[in-house]
Design a protein around this ligand. Structure first.
Ligand code: FAD
Length: 343
């Protein structure tokens, strides 16, 4: 067996959260490495659909240290722009990203943390988990799901409306992905958008900028939670589709061979069902997961093992931590705490 490579801090995941951690680790002068399972930079942004636009203008979508440049002709940049920004970011700060390097599990011992990876073993004093949610799409166990003979896919597999022109498509989900994909398809297909509870749009003037300010007030424990205000950012394409007649309908009771059926007997023949039903945290096994597949945290630090921090998984790892502009705040605190351990 080859000897484990040694580093003070190992970051698992080279998306926006892993890079923000890298920025602060570099500034703190700690020895570190970032392992990323993907073959190219950009994290989840490499996989998003063509029409996706950021919730915020470029000026409000930056990782620490480096403003995101404007994208020509787009007030709200697309995903390819974010991928280029992240690729440039890791070069600019010379972040030691090893790619592709897939972490399989972490063994926690008193003598350190041993991460088993596709590039061999790594031994570190501290660990930052920044593996995102993208690798674990979630589809609910809807009755009749296997009976439906049309096409079914998850947000994970959706790239554009191109293959759906003229079709009848059911879009399931009352979050941003559901609203954005329904809006995208609404231009070329007949869409039946269904949501578990009434679709709740945020006020039209609330974009990622305002969301970040709300999240910042939450850090000070002052003001409403974003979820109190609504679930869906009314981006320009979503507003346009809404004006053109896109509305949300109640969730169906079951799927049949030909499409959804509601409990009052209504049916809607469909060619395809797209499940925009979210993701679950994709966590490398550490033996720390407890209820709902999550690791209990105090801020970003794992309650049961203070050497391990979690970044970017959602509000449970810090308000706005799953956004470009918000993840830096949690990354900075995590690195400060790791540095304190090292001294
Ligand atoms: P990812 O980007 O998923 O990166 C994780 C990386 O870790 C990947 O490269 C993956 O390959 C790697 N990895 C995973 N498992 C392992 C392993 N075991 N070993 C090694 N590597 C591993 N955010 C904004 O800031 N602004 C927006 O406007 C915005 N709009 C959005 C719109 C939609 C519809 C969606 C779905 C998301 C949006 N987001 C937005 C959120 C944002 O895209 C994600 O929260 C963000 O990409 C998560 O970053 P991350 O670094 O945590 O994870």
């Amino acid at each position: 067996m080859t000897e484990a490579r040694r580093t003070q801090v190992l970051v698992i995941g080279g998306g926006q959260a892993g890079l923000a951690a890298g920025y602060y680790l570099r500034r703190a002068g700690l020895d570190f490495a970032i392992l990323d399972g993907a073959t190219a930079p950009g994290g989840a942004w490499q996989h998003y659909w063509d029409s996706l636009r950021l919730f915020s203008p470029a000026g409000y979508s930056a990782l620490p240290g480096r403003p995101m440049p404007q994208q020509a002709g787009q007030a709200y940049p697309d995903a390819t722009h974010v991928v280029s920004y992240l690729a440039e970011y890791e070069k600019r700060y010379e972040l030691p990203v090893h790619r592709p390097a897939w972490a399989e599990r972490v063994d926690r011992t008193e003598g350190g943390l041993f991460t088993r990876t596709s590039l061999g073993d790594w031994h570190s004093d501290a660990l930052i988990l920044a593996t995102g949610n993208w690798e674990r799409p979630f589809v609910p166990a809807a009755p009749g799901r296997r009976e439906f003979t049309g096409r079914q896919l998850h947000t994970y597999g959706y790239r554009s409306a191109a293959g759906f022109a003229g079709q009848r498509v059911v879009v399931v989900g009352g979050g941003n992905s559901g609203a954005q994909i329904a809006a995208d398809l609404h231009r070329v297909a007949t869409v039946r958008w269904v949501t578990q509870r009434t679709a709740r749009f945020l006020p039209d003037d609330i974009d990622g900028r305002a969301l970040f300010e709300i999240a910042t007030r939450r850090v000070q424990d002052d003001g409403p939670r974003i979820s109190d205000l609504g679930d869906i950012v009314a981006t320009a394409p979503v507003r346009a589709a809404r004006a053109a007649g896109l509305t949300a309908h109640p969730m169906f009771a079951r799927l049949t061979a030909t499409g959804p059926a509601w409990s009052d007997g209504t049916t809607w023949p469909a060619d395809a069902v797209i499940w925009c039903t979210g993701f679950r945290p994709h966590l490398v096994p550490t033996g720390l997961r407890r209820t709902r597949g999550r690791i209990p945290v105090d801020g970003t630090r794992a309650v049961e093992d203070g050497r391990i921090h979690l970044l970017g998984y959602g509000d449970w790892t810090g308000p706005a931590s799953a956004t470009l502009i918000g993840v830096g705040r949690t990354a900075r605190t995590a690195v400060e705490q790791i540095r304190a351990l090292a001294t």
